[in-house]
Design a binder for this molecule. Structure first.
Ligand code: PGA
Length: 256
């Protein structure tokens, strides 16, 4: 059985002091729901302070991005070596990074491999734009993103990673996908592609989240879907009570 996983992507929000306050507010509630994997992804500069607060808990920490090289002349970048030991997860290829910072499928693949090299679990994001969605190109596009991201990975690595299906038109728009729609893309396209590339066992083992305007009000709709194993939550992860509710509802609906 796949353990549900809820991750909070704080994006470029919260100073270190604000991050500390937010974690203090949600820590106890989050820590109680042990049957769901819980991950917080604050900005880089808050990682150390948040790591300290999470030390006595089972809540895990993730970065929002990283470079694929260990070190070097890459001004402004953060390497996997710097994250190793500090966090357990790293978000790779979020659509905002692809859209605003020119990240390519090839870069996403390099980062995914670098994460494994350094013992970090990648949360690899894929998803189509509104234009692609409306043109009926979702399957082809998402399949291509999955193939590119996974190039050269072993089945064992794929089984242990997280994929987040985030339709770009649903991110930060308040216009979430439907549970059934997301379930179909995740089951048929994402797991289908992995079954083609590897085997059915691998396709069934990988955990796939839905992301895009997830709230306490709609999380149940996604978590009742058999192919969806959790959520990557943006806006609603910045409010302690909302994020804790999303985790609690996930545990209830998944019956774990
Ligand atoms: P949102 O963001 O929940 O604010 O739509 C999700 C994400 O981008 O990961």
């Amino acid at each position: 059985m796949r353990i549900p996983i809820i991750a909070g992507n704080w994006k470029m929000n919260k100073t270190v002091d604000e991050a500390v306050s937010l974690v203090r507010e949600m820590r106890r509630g989050l820590n109680e729901v042990r049957s769901v994997d819980r991950v917080l992804c604050p900005p880089f500069v808050a990682l150390a302070a948040v790591a300290e607060l999470l030390r006595p808990t089972a809540i895990k920490l993730g970065a929002q991005n990283m470079h694929w090289e260990d070190k070097g002349a890459y001004t402004g970048e953060i390497s996997p070596l710097m994250l190793k030991g500090l966090c357990q997860y790293v978000i790779v290829g979020h659509s905002e990074r692809r859209q605003y910072f020119g990240e390519t499928d090839q870069g996403v693949n390099r980062k995914t491999k670098a994460a494994f090299t350094h013992g970090l679990t990648p949360i690899v994001c894929v998803g189509e734009s509104l234009a692609q969605h409306e043109a009926g190109q979702t399957e082809e596009w998402v399949c291509g993103q999955v193939r590119a991201a996974l190039a050269g990975l072993s089945a064992e690595q794929v089984r242990s990673m997280i994929i987040a299906y985030e339709p770009i038109w649903a991110i930060g728009t308040g216009k979430a996908a439907t549970g059934a729609g997301a379930n179909a893309v995740i089951g048929l396209t994402i797991r289908g592609t992995i079954a083609d590339l590897y085997d059915e066992d691998t396709a069934q083992a990988v955990r796939v989240q839905y992301g895009g305007s997830v709230t306490p009000a709609n999380i149940a709709e996604f978590m009742t879907q058999p192919e969806i194993d959790g959520a990557l939550v943006g806006g609603a992860s910045l409010k302690a009570s909302d994020f804790v509710d999303i985790v609690r509802i996930t545990a209830q609906v998944k019956g774990v």
